[in-house]
Design a binder for this molecule. Structure first.
Ligand SMILES: [Zn+2]
Length: 343
């Protein structure tokens, strides 16, 4: 089992990310504290504060992060932020069905399903490899990844490699936000099928509006990262860090497997979406062009992951996005990997 470091959970979200919602009307305000779980406990204690010097302050301004060890690797889950995905972005189910499922899982918001954008940093003491770079403000309440890296003492120029799991804007925006090469010392790894697809003018002109940002960003990534390495098929990036072919969501959608000392973690990116997966595979995300291929990959992956008890990291699952697919009497479901059960 993976081992967790002591530096595991820093809680609280950056002020810019949360705005007033978490304290004001969100988790604490009307929910958990107000009338919910700990209504009779913590809330009166806070309300009884009289000393102005002890006025409750804003939440500590750090981004959430979580660290686990996979053999000699330290893997840090970071997040660029979140956004609400409209209920009609899930072909295969009606908006009402998606909203009902999201409500049942307490991830429903008025404008859609709340989605995380998680990234993962892999360190082996020599190299720092980042998986994905986040939407960087191009979607929802995002752009916190640089701050999250700073929270563990890192600047973007200290990242040696970035593996981009596919060329959707929410996975590569941070590479080129501001029109700059934001990871100047990083080799960038992207599957060649995605590089080819997303830089093809014919594909771009035939694509719907909601994919145009990704096409534009792909062009910028290619222009700004001369060290871009288009990768062909499954291969090792460094010893113990391998590319896994998970084509379907996009032509060159890949995962990253981290393995050492009998422990492993597979980062599956958009193989699994919150609320709808892994319970079903006949439900999709709007941005998926090839639904037949996406379904085929999930039909193969979910049962195998359940049989193997694979520890999974996923971009859009609730932070830190670590869990397993489990077969619960014939029904697939997501089981959060409890931080305290990692050793
Ligand atoms: Zn995504």
């Amino acid at each position: 089992m993976p081992r967790l470091t002591r530096r595991a959970f820093a809680t609280g979200l950056p002020l810019g990310l949360v705005g007033g919602s978490l304290l004001g009307g969100g988790l604490l305000g009307g929910g958990l504290l107000g009338g919910g779980l700990i209504g009779g406990g913590l809330a009166p204690a806070l309300a009884a504060t009289k000393d102005p010097a002890a006025t409750p302050t804003a939440p500590v301004s750090v981004t959430p992060l979580s660290q686990i060890c996979i053999g000699r690797f330290t893997v840090t889950a970071l997040t660029d932020g979140y956004a609400d995905m409209p209920y009609d972005y899930f072909p295969g189910r009606t908006p009402a069905e998606v909203e009902q499922a999201a409500t049942a899982q307490f991830t429903a918001r008025p404008s859609g399903v709340r989605f995380l954008f998680n990234q993962y940093l892999i360190e082996d003491g020599e190299r720092r490899i980042l998986i994905d770079a986040g939407p960087a403000g191009s979607i929802g309440q995002t752009g916190a990844l640089p701050q999250a890296l700073e929270a563990i003492g890192l600047q973007r120029d200290q990242i040696d490699a970035v593996i981009v799991t596919h060329m959707h804007q929410d996975h590569m925006g941070g590479l080129i936000v501001g029109g700059r090469n934001n990871y100047p010392n990083a080799e960038v790894y992207i599957d060649r099928r995605d590089v080819t697809h997303w830089t093809d003018p014919a594909k771009q002109s035939a694509a719907p509006d909601y994919l145009q940002t990704s096409f534009r960003m792909a062009g910028e990534v290619v222009a700004l990262y001369p060290k871009l390495q288009a990768i062909d098929g499954e291969r090792e990036i460094v010893r113990g860090v391998s590319i896994v072919d998970l084509t379907g969501h996009t032509p060159g959608h890949i995962g990253v497997r981290i393995e050492d000392g009998g422990q492993s973690l597979i980062m599956v990116s958009d193989m699994i979406f919150p609320v709808v997966h892994p319970q079903a595979t006949d439900v999709f995300f709007l941005f998926e062009q090839d639904r037949v291929a996406a379904k085929a990959m999930r039909d193969r992956f979910f049962p195998r992951a359940a049989a193997e008890g694979a520890l999974i990291a996923a971009t859009h699952m609730p932070f830190p996005g670590l869990g397993r697919v489990v077969d619960d009497r014939g029904q697939m479901r997501w089981q959060v990997a409890d931080w305290a059960l990692q050793d």
